[in-house]
Every structure is written in C-alpha cells, then in structure tokens.
Design a protein around this ligand. Structure first.
Ligand SMILES: *Cc1c(COP(=O)(O)O)cnc(C)c1O
Length: 246
C-alpha cells in the first residue's frame, strides 16, 4: 500500500485530500439543505482522472468510496491493485467511450455514465455477454447540442432512452449531462430533470466543481467533482474537451 511506503509525499497528500473532501461534503450538504433536499440523497463521485493512484488511496482513507474516471485504460491501471486487494469502491466511467473500449469498460466499471448512441449500446451488450457482467448505465444527453461534446442530441433523447430501457431494463439508472461552459447551467439541468421524470429514471448525474449547487437545486442525485477535491489537473487534462471548466 502506498501509505506504507517510505514515500514522504503521501502524508501531506492525504491531509490535503482529507481536508478538501470534508469541506466538499459540507458544501454539498449545505446546498442540499438550501434546496430543501435530504443531503443523503446527493452522492459524491470523486473525479480522479489524471491524478495518481496515491490520490485515490488518500481519498479512500478519508472515507470516499465512489470515483469517476474519463479514460478506461487509465482507470484500469489506477484501480487494478485496489481491486486485487478487495478494497471497497465503485468506479464510474464518465468520459466519452469508443466502441472498441466498451469491453474493457464493462470489465472494470461499476457504472458507465456516457452511453450516448446505438452503436455503443450494441458494443456494451456484446461485451456484457462475453464478460458475464453488466455495469449500471446512464444515458448522457448533449443538453447544449454542442458539436464538440458527447451525448445523445436532445431531439433524439426520448427515443434513445426508450430503446436503452427496452434493451437493458433497470440497468439504466438515470441521465448525465455536462452543460455548456459559458451559459447559465440551470435551464439545462432542469431539462435533464424533466427528461428523467418522463422516463421514470431516478438518478441524475450533473454538477461539477463550478456548478454543483445549481445542479443540486435542480435535483442532482450525484455530482462529479474533481478539481475541488484533488486540485488542478496536470496540463494534459486541459486538452480534454469534456473538461470545459478548466
Ligand atoms: C473532469 C470531469 C468532471 C470533474 O470536473 P471538475 O470541474 O474538475 O470538478 C466531471 N464530469 C466530467 C464528465 C468530467 O470529465
């Protein structure tokens, strides 16, 4: 385990991440209460992309159990030892998923949040058959209809969600979105909430470091927070189109 190693960087890292997790949980609880919601109804996905395994271990020692990663390969490497040790955690894939990565995603993920097209649904179904396991699923909706972003187009969302429900049943847990960076996120969050209601879906994955309070006010059941927990990501992260907040 990293914390047993002579690595003198771990203790300061652990203290910093413990402090930011405690602060973030406080802020999430406050946002829920301000919105008249039960704080227990909002879960925290700690987005550890581009941060090392030691950061994940530090968060686990601080009681965090749910993590989000953008890239399947990065996640597979980072979480392999923790899985082998039977550490308790849940891993969410939150980045755009190529069909040729679907099998690895199905193998390692507890939740895939970025199901957004029929070909990916096909790939996940085939991978699930081969792997003998099917993660929980979220449909990602491109709520700003932005060309550079993943997610099913708003106009096609209803029919796509219906087809996913027919195929995967209750494995489809909810909807996910990343609203446009430069506009008020609230109308987008409310649209997603209405869409989830129409389909009887209980879960809403929305809200990041910069907009979690608005997301919680609009019904988010899970927020995906990276920077506010782990600090700024190395430069490689800024090239990722799904990280508009940087
Ligand atoms: C990186 C990322 C986050 C976390 O963003 P922060 O602004 O660092 O909190 C959330 N959701 C997705 C899809 C991401 O790619």
């Amino acid at each position: 385990m990293a914390q047993d190693s002579p690595d003198s960087d771990f203790e300061p890292l652990r203290h910093a991440i413990t402090a930011s997790l405690t602060r973030m949980r406080g802020e999430l609880d406050a946002a829920a209460l301000a919105a008249g919601r039960d704080p227990a109804a909002v879960s925290l996905v700690a987005v550890s992309k581009f941060h090392p395994e030691a950061a994940v271990r530090a968060a686990i020692l601080a009681g965090q159990r749910v993590f989000g990663e953008n890239r399947v390969q990065e996640a597979a490497g980072k979480f392999a030892a923790l899985r082998a040790e039977r550490t308790e955690f849940r891993l969410h894939i939150i980045g755009g998923l190529q069909t040729n990565k679907a099998r690895n995603a199905v193998r390692i993920a507890d939740v895939i949040e970025t199901l957004d097209r029929p070909k990916l649904a096909d790939a996940i179904a085939e991978a699930a058959e081969r792997e003998g396991r099917l993660p929980d699923l979220f449909v990602q909706v491109n709520v700003g209809d932005e060309a550079q972003k993943g997610g099913v187009a708003m106009a096609e969302a209803d029919s796509f969600i219906e087809s996913v429900q027919q195929r995967f049943g209750a494995r489809l847990r909810g909807l996910m979105c990343i609203p446009p960076a430069e506009s008020d996120p609230k109308p987008h969050f409310l649209w997603l909430q209405g869409c989830a209601k129409r389909h009887g879906l209980a879960e809403l994955s929305m809200g990041m470091s910069g907009d979690f309070a608005a997301a919680i006010a609009c019904g988010a059941t899970q927020v995906r927070i990276g920077t506010a927990i782990f600090g700024h990501r190395p430069a490689a992260g800024t090239a990722d189109v799904s990280t508009p907040s940087l």
